[in-house]
Design a binder for this molecule. Structure first.
Ligand code: F6R
Length: 242
């Protein structure tokens, strides 16, 4: 695991964006694994800025997103499909036909999951996977538990995740209880991983991810065995590791 320390959220975002920009520049047809939530928003802002300056070209890029809430349509303003358009896709020259996000209202969830894994495989796998981390150590929506699921699946969100994400919804009751998520094998098979973590509420999870035992109780701790994983933290997220 390579650790890059930044002083604050903006610097963290810039450093993560630099790694992604290098990937896009060196391999114009990269498959990018993308994340949503507060952590990567700043990273996407930098990528959009550099695109606007003429330094980045997304025309050959394919994307696969980590997850989507069960029951939300792509035009629901808290769906991850909506998030991706708002925070990245609408602002760069990526071909929307080459963007992939599990369908939150799929009629056959099991088929949606196996088709998603088949899609990732058909693309030759993920070149670079961007991740955030949940305060409970989840990556994607692979929640802590006795075992982790390998491929894309529907998962029940932990109460702590519902608590953490209620800030995006009108009320806690509105937070979906389930989500589609890429599995732990899907994530670990990415050739490169970049995880961004910011804020004191991530400090405990970051410490366990980097220094704790490798355990399904902290899904992010499995990243310790990945051969090319870069963790970009701000000072608050790193505060328990000093
Ligand atoms: C989002 C995702 C989640 C988030 C995590 C942190 O696609 O897969 O694992 O990265 O819940 O969320 P934020 O960044 O909002 O704190």
């Amino acid at each position: 695991m390579k650790i890059i320390k930044a002083s604050n959220y903006d610097e963290m975002s810039k450093k993560a964006a630099q790694v992604i920009a290098a990937q896009i520049t060196l391999k114009g047809d990269s498959v990018l694994g993308l994340a949503t939530g507060s952590s990567p928003e700043g990273t996407y802002k930098y990528l959009i800025d550099w695109y606007n300056q003429g330094d980045l070209d997304f025309s050959g890029i394919t994307s696969v997103n980590l997850d989507e809430y069960v029951g939300l349509t792509a035009d629901h303003d808290q769906s991850y499909a909506y998030f991706m358009r708002k925070h990245l896709f609408d602002h760069v020259n990526i071909d929307l036909a080459n963007t992939n996000i599990p369908c939150g209202i799929a009629e056959d969830p099991a088929a949606e999951c196996s088709n998603y894994d088949a899609k990732i495989k058909s693309l030759g796998g993920v070149d670079l996977q961007l991740l955030g981390i949940g305060p409970n150590g989840h990556i994607g929506f692979n929640e802590p538990g006795d075992e982790l699921v390998a491929g894309t699946h529907v998962t029940d969100l932990k109460e702590s995740t519902i608590d953490a994400n209620q800030r995006f919804f009108a009320s806690r009751d509105d937070v979906p209880r389930q989500a589609f998520t890429m599995g732990i094998r899907d994530i670990l098979q990415a050739k490169r991983i970049v995880l961004v973590a910011s804020g004191k509420n991530k400090a405990d999870a970051v410490k366990k991810m980097v220094f704790g035992p490798i355990t399904t109780a902290v899904p992010a701790s499995l990243l310790q065995v990945h051969p090319d994983c870069t963790v970009v933290v701000d000072a608050d997220a790193w505060s328990l590791c000093e």
